[in-house]
Design a protein around this ligand. Structure first.
Ligand code: GDP
Ligand code: MN
Length: 379
């Protein structure tokens, strides 16, 4: 799960990281009120989960509450990288002398958190990474953790001023605690700004939480933005399905992530385009099957649906019962191709044929068939 900037800053503030006060607004009038409360120069920032908001016109300064209201109205009308702006952060503006870049990201290959630091922070960091990668310092954090002297010596390589290096080192140590306590896969501050008074502050916050750790963070529900999640993604999450929507027209319902990947590969191999990745998991709960069909039906681009079930712990007869129960309730608007093999496949085939449905045991055949069906529908 990715946090919005205002949420990331809320998390940062809990850990004592220096952020400037601010609040989130959904309307220009709310933005005006917040600006009036804050007083002085404020910055209005689009709250969408996309980088490059600054370049897209999603970050603007305002000198007084009325200007804040106008700028908020402009920004709330924007769509940045396909995402409509529904909220803005109104925060006290900083007087920036220099922008640095600081992040901690999980490096899966090295199995360790990786610190990235650069004196070339700000909106051009992607260009720096591409054309001058040597300007980004990288340091892996060992299992013992991050020692204060390591943080300080790292910062002294980049900050010319000792007092600023010390502030930055304190920020890095706190960011590391955020990263570890929070089960983050990314905690990024860009820009890490030095103000004209020489204060080092986090002017932006980009935090990704590792969904696999959700079970030990009861507070994460509070971060979830229902408007950012499509209704289908939410239903999938609530029913325990892994669902990723894609752009193709062949809906796939598969048990197991590996088989789901293989199914998508095979669809591509035969010239088709998968409409989704959907893993109903290892258990065979007919309710999951019903929810899966409902989700796929909700995608208006789907022209044919493939069930690909390898029965192990998952019992094919349970899946067949799920399919039949679901079709009794609401018939499918598109053709359905079923492949199942493994545990209780005989019983499954009987259940399906009693309902007038066929099933193959061959994955290859099923994939070719579903592509042909989708093309018939397209023709
Ligand atoms: P991003 O473009 O989506 O990463 O959004 P940022 O929050 O990083 O803002 C982009 C740029 O806007 C920053 O690099 C700053 O140059 C500028 N900016 C952000 N906040 C402030 C602020 O409080 N004062 C000033 N003067 N500029 C700001
Ligand atoms: Mn930024």
């Amino acid at each position: 799960m990715n946090l919005h900037e205002y949420q990331g800053k809320e998390l940062f503030a809990r850990y004592g990281l220096p952020v400037l006060p601010g609040q989130v607004a959904g309307t220009p009038e709310e933005a005006r009120d917040i600006a009036a409360q804050l007083g002085g120069l404020v910055v209005i920032k689009a709250q969408v989960q996309a980088g490059g908001r600054g370049k897209a016109g999603g970050v603007k300064l305002a000198h007084d509450p009325d200007e804040a209201c106008d700028r908020a109205r402009d920004i709330l009308a924007l769509t940045i990288k396909g995402l409509p702006v529904r909220k803005v952060l109104v925060a006290k503006a900083a007087d920036i002398a220099k922008e640095y870049y600081l992040s901690i990201v999980m490096d899966r290959e090295k199995k360790a958190p990786l610190i990235m630091l650069s004196a070339e922070g700000g909106v051009e960091i992607e260009e720096v990474a591409r054309f001058a990668p040597e300007k980004i310092l990288k340091l892996h954090i060992p299992v013992e953790g991050l020692r204060p002297y390591v943080a300080r010596s790292l910062m002294m390589q980049v900050f010319p001023d000792f007092a600023q290096a010390q502030q930055a080192a304190a920020i890095l140590l706190k960011l590391y605690t955020v990263f570890m306590d929070g089960d983050c896969s990314l905690a990024e501050i860009n820009p890490l700004a030095v103000t004209t008074e020489g204060r080092v502050i986090a002017l932006d916050a980009k935090v990704s939480l590792d969904d696999n750790a959700e079970f030990r963070h009861v507070d994460w529900d509070h971060w979830r933005d229902p408007e950012d999640e499509s209704g289908w993604s939410r239903l999938a999450r609530e029913k325990g399905l892994s669902y990723v929507k894609l752009d193709g027209d062949i809906g796939c319902i598969v048990n197991g992530a590996g088989l789901a990947m293989a199914t998508m590969d095979l669809i591509k191999h035969y010239g088709g385009e998968p409409a989704n990745f959907l893993d109903i998991g290892g258990s065979s709960n007919p309710e999951k099957v019903t929810a899966a069909l409902e989700i796929i039906n909700g995608d208006g681009h789907v022209r044919a649906i493939l069930f690909n079930i390898f029965g192990g712990i998952t019992r094919c007869d349970d899946v067949a019962n799920g399919i039949v129960a679901s079709l009794k309730e609401s018939p499918l608007p598109v053709p359905l191709v079923i492949r199942l093999t493994g545990t209780n496949e005989e019983a499954a085939r009987q259940i399906l044929s009693d309902f007038g449905l066929g099933a193959t045991t061959s994955m290859d055949e099923a994939v070719r068939m579903v592509i042909a069906r989708a093309q018939e529908v397209n023709a």
